[in-house]
Ligand binder design. Structure first.
Ligand code: ZN
Length: 632
């Protein structure tokens, strides 16, 4: 899962139907029942999808599950509220069913004597507005749709998802093309039939489909395994990115191969959706990723800077998260709860390596890569939530906390196992380089831990001890002590030992970095995170404040709105002017703040000017960071 996206020419609008039939179960051996699944997505612009399943059954009670714990989303995020139109029949007769009283994702169907198959019909009514949710969020527009199969099916209890076989078909809106890592058996008109796969690999194989679809090969002809970029957009213009964009993604595939030394897929598809009307995130799979960004992300320079890092992150997950997976995240089916205590490896290391590959591929210039790292370091250096919550708890708590609101995010810090761990894994990388006098690096750990034999997807689980053992094989050190300290540390301040050891220092000056400028839309939204501890939208609405910093101490909190600055109606310009003027004035900045229909004057006695983070070179130390970011 990737969240930071501000959490990354051979164009032809052709059908993606590379028919290379491999053995039916390239990954997980399925020897359980076979379920036939037909999905009708021809109503995609209306955001309603119809599915029919034919499920082998025996007389008595048939228990079926709707997928609840979704891989990569690290929580019980299956969109059960959007499962509608449920009807069960056998030999044309309607069957009685009842939802389980203790688990709303479980259904019990009464199968009459003499029947050996149940037909289930269901509708999935996809969200029509921006509500919370990843793959359960908005996924279709007038021109495109991302099919996540877990939203469209039920499965019988008692057989693991590796053992269940699904024979799926998909009806598309007329004229829409598609891309997926699933093997296509045949296509008749708008109906696509996929080769049977385990339920695990079906859920792991989303389909991107749309009127405007572009395929960009990312590996040279004949290279095995191949990789390609399948893009769907809300307009053909959004697909017309400059050549350098595709070159960076070709570099990404090449650099990842060099980093890990093996590939654990047979055919990789980056499924990239360009739309302002779908949920924005990235979700990893063994052989693909479902990543969604703004419509014009690739055709505008600022958009490219915002989106950089997302695809490298999701691609790294093919190795770190899918192939190598924490043992207690590798559950037998979607009903089993996941334990997320090792997400500091699954997501934290992926964030570090994703940022590293964004730089090595050229998607981020070295300067932009440093801007991104400076931002992470500065955010964590001011993170008020570190006082009460250690890094381990951010991983442990995510199934319950990942969909928390933006307000109070700094104090709640729900997902810091992503960003704080970028600093921590950098620290580990620096220690390896120092301990081995430059002979080894975290690259060697990646080859050892994630490499091995290339081949089709498989899962190799690990524990905390396995991580410690592998690190010790690369460079003997007290890695257990290192991680125990990093996972339980409360600060004060961010864990900057790795950054400083890499030859760079975190400093603040009055000019926003290029990345700050882009993210805050040239200063139109207010990022006073590091000065008074306040973040606000362009209209003055307070998004968040930092507990203990000046704005919070003065009585400002999320949900309030700044309506005036120094007696003048609020605007971003008025704010920036006031911060600058206060540098040479003894008077406090005077705000009028609106809160639940009341207005209040708030005085900020601040004279430190604007503060934006950046990294500067520490010439007393070797420049390891530049070496880490250098293409291999
Ligand atoms: Zn991730």
């Amino acid at each position: 899962m990737g969240l930071r996206c501000g959490g990354r020419n051979f164009f032809c609008f052709v059908l993606v139907s590379v028919i290379v039939l491999l053995p039916a179960f390239p990954v997980f051996g399925a020897n359980g029942p076979t379920v036939a699944l037909s999905v009708d997505a021809s109503d995609a612009p209306r955001k309603i999808f119809h599915a029919q399943l034919r499920i082998p059954a025996r007389p008595g009670t048939l228990t079926l599950y709707y997928p609840k714990w979704i891989p990569g989303e690290h929580g019980p995020t299956g969109p059960i509220t959007d499962l509608t139109g449920l009807k069960f029949t056998a030999s044309g007769k309607t069957l009685k069913w009842r939802r389980d009283l203790l688990d709303g994702f479980t259904f019990h169907v009464e199968v009459p004597a003499g029947e050996n198959e149940v037909t289930a019909n269901l509708d999935y009514t996809s969200p029509a507005s921006f509500e919370s949710g990843y793959s359960a969020g908005m996924s279709s527009t007038e021109k495109l749709y991302i099919v996540n199969w877990n939203t469209l099916l039920l499965y019988p209890a008692g057989t693991g998802s590796d053992q269940l076989t699904y024979r799926a078909s998909l009806r598309l809106p007329a004229g829409w093309k598609f891309g997926t890592s699933l093997q296509v058996e045949n296509q008749v008109g708008s109906e696509v039939h996929f080769a049977p796969v385990s339920l695990t690999m079906l859920v792991d194989g989303p389909v991107i489909t749309g009127e405007y679809l572009k395929v960009v090969p990312l590996t040279p002809p004949g290279e095995n395994p191949p990789a390609e970029l399948d893009l769907a957009a809300d307009s053909p213009a959004a697909l017309d990115a400059p050549e350098e964009v595709w070159e960076h993604y070709r570099n990404l595939v090449k650099q990842a191969g060099i980093l890990f030394g093996a590939r654990h897929y047979t055919d990789y598809h980056f499924l990239l959706t360009l739309s302002d009307h779908v949920a924005h995130f990235g979700l990893e799979h063994h052989e693909s990723n479902d990543s969604r960004i703004d419509e014009r992300s690739l055709v505008e320079e600022d958009g490219r800077k915002m989106a950089a890092g997302l695809l490298p992150h999701e691609y790294v997950h093919s190795w770190n998260g899918k192939y190598r997976r924490p043992a207690d995240l590798a559950t037998s089916d979607y009903e089993q709860p996941m334990q997320t205590d090792l997400l500091w490896v699954y997501e934290g290391l992926t964030s570090y390596l994703g940022d590293m590959l964004a730089a090595r591929s050229g998607e981020r210039t070295p300067a932009l890569a440093r801007d991104a790292l400076a931002q992470i370091a500065a955010d964590l250096d001011h993170r008020s939530g570190r006082v009460w919550r250690d890094l381990q708890d951010t991983a442990d708590g995510v199934p319950s906390m990942q969909l928390a609101a933006r307000a109070w995010e700094d104090y709640r810090r729900p997902l810091d196992y992503y960003d704080e761990d970028v600093l921590t894994w950098l620290w580990a990388d620096v220690i390896i380089r120092q301990q081995t006098k430059g002979a080894k690096s975290l690259d060697d750990f990646c080859k050892l831990f994630h490499g091995g034999e290339s081949g089709p997807p498989t899962v190799k689980t690990y524990t905390f001890d396995d991580v410690v053992t592998a690190l010790n094989q690369v460079a003997p050190y007290d890695w257990r002590g290192f991680w125990m300290e990093r996972l339980s540390n409360h600060g004060p301040g961010a864990p900057l030992g790795g950054l400083e050891g890499s030859g760079w220092k975190l400093v603040y000056d009055e000019n926003p970095s290029d990345l700050d400028r882009v993210e805050n839309r040239d200063g139109k939204s207010i990022n006073a995170h590091y000065s008074v501890g306040l973040m606000a939208a362009a209209d003055g609405a307070i998004r968040d404040t930092v507990e203990g910093m000046l704005a919070a101490r003065a009585g400002i909190g999320p949900g309030m709105k700044i309506v005036a600055v120094d007696g003048r109606r609020f605007s971003a310009d008025a704010w920036h002017d006031a911060i600058r003027a206060a540098k040479t004035s003894p008077s406090p900045i005077e705000l009028i703040v609106e809160n639940t229909d009341y207005f209040r004057v708030v005085k900020l006695d601040y004279h430190g000017g604007e503060k934006y983070p950046r990294l500067v070179r520490d010439e007393s130390k070797p420049d390891l960071l530049t070496e880490i970011y250098r293409a291999k």
